[in-house]
Design a protein around this ligand. Structure first.
Ligand SMILES: Cc1ncc(COP(=O)(O)O)c(C=O)c1O
Length: 424
């Protein structure tokens, strides 16, 4: 695309504070020599814990106590009474929904701007995800939108603490509470986030975490459900263990979602470092906020009394700079050519995902057209305008502990270079 074309695309002239250089995409010198790789920061502690498990010859949660130890430490860390370890965040969501007896004919309200697992876990449980739009000031589900989507079929609300920022839990709990509907936090990106004095994991009826390797603390793969409800915790343990209450005593439909002992060993070591990891993320987030303040981009500072876990740092470009998806793709390519580790993580709201919109998750349109519903579910591609608009022009910047400040500095330089080029 010529400079003239790109100017036409960008629309009006924008104020620029830096000189535009030649983009690496068009043959210029990149800001960084290479793309920094994302990896989990591990050390001797993880090695020791894993070796101990391997040496024991007991590798499952059934035979090794390390999983239970991880559960206890994690529950205490969140300020919840109980924690149930599983083998992914998706499994955690599935188990939590199953433990609440959600199933065919039921609806679960979720945000449209999130990772697919928030919605797919609902479909796995044969219920229907209903999308409530986001608040453009926080990118999290809007309590008003939740209120508008509640029907007699609503059996749970699953707010996501997106990119580490807690959702407006007081308002969501109030709206859901009025109807006796349980709230399940999707805290998969929010280990250590806090909301008016309480940590994520203790802000709803249940909460779900992921320990997949990109998360604030990692176990390779893994997940956790936290709750203060003894009965729900017991039910979660049964469901993750193939539906068995005791050996070969099958009391319900369950799954093998048990966390391997090796994952728990890594998780235990990582939990000790979570505070330090999150301090690093907060420092990079603060750096980005300061260095991008004069650019015409939207940032998402935490509201008063709320502490983000800064899982990622979202940046939304103005509509005048990014008029359409094609241009966003160009922008991402230009940033990647500069070797900036940025991601366009959720390019479209989930109500636009084909298998959801066309209701083809399973054969014969189940669970969307279910005899237990008077009318089939219906998704409008434009029912969540805020999410649709923001998804098309929002990128995330890295905060993970493996990225030193120099990577954040280069990422800012690349952003300034690319936005100046396309604005000029
Ligand atoms: C918001 C959210 N929910 C759920 C999940 C699912 O977690 P997992 O990948 O461990 O299944 C993720 C993971 O990326 C996530 O970001």
């Amino acid at each position: 695309m010529s400079k003239k074309d790109k100017k036409q695309k960008a629309g009006e002239e924008k104020p620029i504070s830096v000189k535009s250089g030649d983009l690496a995409l068009y043959g210029g010198v990149p800001v960084r020599r290479d793309m920094p790789e994302q990896r989990v920061v591990t050390g001797e502690d993880e090695i020791k814990q894993v070796v101990r498990v391997v040496r024991s010859g007991r590798l499952t949660s059934l035979s090794h106590g390390v999983v239970e130890k991880f559960e206890k430490k994690f529950a205490a860390w969140c300020g919840a009474k109980y924690a149930v370890a599983v083998n992914s965040g998706t499994a955690a969501l599935h188990v939590a929904l199953a433990a609440l007896d959600i199933g065919p004919g039921d609806e679960v309200i979720v945000p449209p701007y999130t990772f697919i697992a928030t919605a797919s876990a609902v479909i796995q449980q044969n219920a229907v995800p209903v999308f409530a739009d986001i608040d453009p000031a926080t990118l999290n589900i809007s309590p008003q939108a939740v209120a508008a989507k509640i029907t007699p079929r609503t059996k749970a609300v699953v707010p996501v603490h997106l990119f580490g920022l807690p959702a407006d839990m007081a308002a969501i709990n109030e709206v859901a509470g009025k109807h006796g509907i349980p709230v399940i936090e999707d805290a998969c990106q929010a280990h250590g986030a806090a909301y008016h004095g309480d940590r994520a994991g203790a802000l709803g009826r249940m909460a779900c975490f992921s320990f997949q390797e990109s998360k604030n603390m990692a176990a390779g793969e893994g997940g956790m459900i936290t709750t203060n409800d003894k009965q729900l915790a017991r039910q979660c343990r049964i469901i993750r263990h193939i539906g068995m209450a005791a050996k070969y005593e099958y009391v319900t439909l369950g799954y093998n979602y048990r966390m391997p002992a090796l994952s728990a060993a890594v998780g235990l070591a990582q939990l000790k470092k979570l505070k330090a990891f999150n301090r690093h993320r907060a420092a990079l987030a603060e750096f980005y906020a300061k260095k991008l303040a004069d650019l015409p981009v939207t940032l998402y500072p935490a509201p008063e009394g709320v502490t983000s876990a800064n899982h990622l740092f979202p940046v939304t470009f103005p509509r005048e700079l990014v008029p359409d998806r094609e241009f966003m793709l160009l922008l991402v390519r230009a940033l990647h050519a500069e070797n900036a580790p940025v991601w366009w993580v959720y390019p479209a709201p989930l109500n636009q995902v084909q298998f959801i919109r066309e209701q083809t998750a399973y054969a014969r349109q189940c669970p969307f057209a279910c005899p237990l519903r008077e009318e089939p579910a219906a998704y409008d591609a434009h029912e969540c305008p805020a999410a649709e608009d923001i998804a098309g022009r929002t990128l995330v910047l890295p905060t993970a502990p493996c990225y030193p400040l120099s990577v954040a500095r280069d990422t800012v330089a690349a952003l300034r270079k690319v936005t100046a080029y396309f604005s000029g």
